[in-house]
Design a protein around this ligand. Structure first.
Ligand SMILES: [Zn+2]
Ligand SMILES: [Zn+2]
Length: 264
């Protein structure tokens, strides 16, 4: 099993130092992991600016690889929070400055506001919220190609009042999937949904996974999105079962942005 979405205290809201996260992964018997701490350029929150001290982060990743690399397959990763324009330019600058193995591209905010806040969610119909979120993802990946998988593609479902209907979000999601596939990019099954009590929804939703497969997509990673050592590896098994149930036969890992497909 592989956990390709892990946060350490380099992320503003995470609680476990990197060595503890890796020790937890080894204790769980995971075959491979990717550390993917947050960088969200231009995020509008003083308390959680989601900045990342890249030189320090890179040093920590390198030290961790030296210390633990013999015990677990270890990918040096990062999770980017994209926004259009100067946001993706800053993402590009960050990930091309270091030879990362693996880059998750997510959208956590738009120029309007962070997507989980009242400023983003309230005072307009849900369809408008859905449209703005997915349109942001699509605009970003039309400009930005230095990533490997899209993070938690339907993450907006965590914050809306009730879940958007397929007919509302799928037209947008489909365009995103087509773009990602055309660019040779993957998606992730983000198993934090189980921890958040949203197992009925899934990240991505069954409709998104199905469509990605139908369109010829093959690259999927599994990740717990753990923000503490206790959650490392959580529900990865369930994530693999979801992939199998949707006809996927492989799970992906990355080295130097090159995917390796492992039989499930
Ligand atoms: Zn994220
Ligand atoms: Zn994350």
């Amino acid at each position: 099993m592989f956990d390709y979405h892990l946060h350490s205290t380099f992320s503003d809201d995470a609680r476990s130092p990197m060595p503890d996260v890796i020790e937890a992964a080894i204790a769980q018997g995971l075959e491979g992991i990717a550390l993917t701490d947050h960088l969200d350029p231009f995020y509008q929150d003083d308390e959680y600016p989601w900045e990342l001290d890249l030189p320090r982060y890179w040093d920590a990743l390198t030290a961790a690889e030296e210390q633990f690399g013999g015990r677990i397959r270890f990918a040096k990763g990062i999770e980017l929070g994209m926004t259009q324009g100067e946001g993706v330019q800053a993402c590009e600058d960050a990930v091309t400055a270091y030879p990362f193995d693996f880059v998750i591209a997510s959208v956590h905010h738009t120029k309007r506001a962070p997507i989980h806040t009242a400023r983003f969610l309230e005072g307009r119909p849900m369809a408008a919220v859905i449209e703005e979120y997915y349109t942001e993802v699509l605009a970003c990946i039309r400009a930005f190609k230095s990533y490997d998988v899209l993070g938690h593609l339907n993450v907006i479902d965590r914050y809306t009042e009730g879940y958007a209907a397929e007919s509302v979000y799928m037209p947008y999601a489909e365009e995103i999937l087509k773009q990602a596939i055309a660019d040779g990019k993957g998606i992730e099954v983000n198993t934090s949904t189980f921890r958040y009590g949203m197992a009925d929804r899934g990240t991505p939703t069954p409709a998104i996974l199905r469509r990605y497969k139908e369109l010829g997509g093959e690259i999927v990673t599994t990740g717990s999105d753990a923000h503490d050592a206790r959650s490392v590896g959580a529900f990865i098994k369930e994530g693999e079962e979801i992939l199998l149930a949707h006809g996927f036969r492989y799970v992906a890992t990355f080295r130097g942005h090159v995917p390796t497909l492992h039989k499930l």
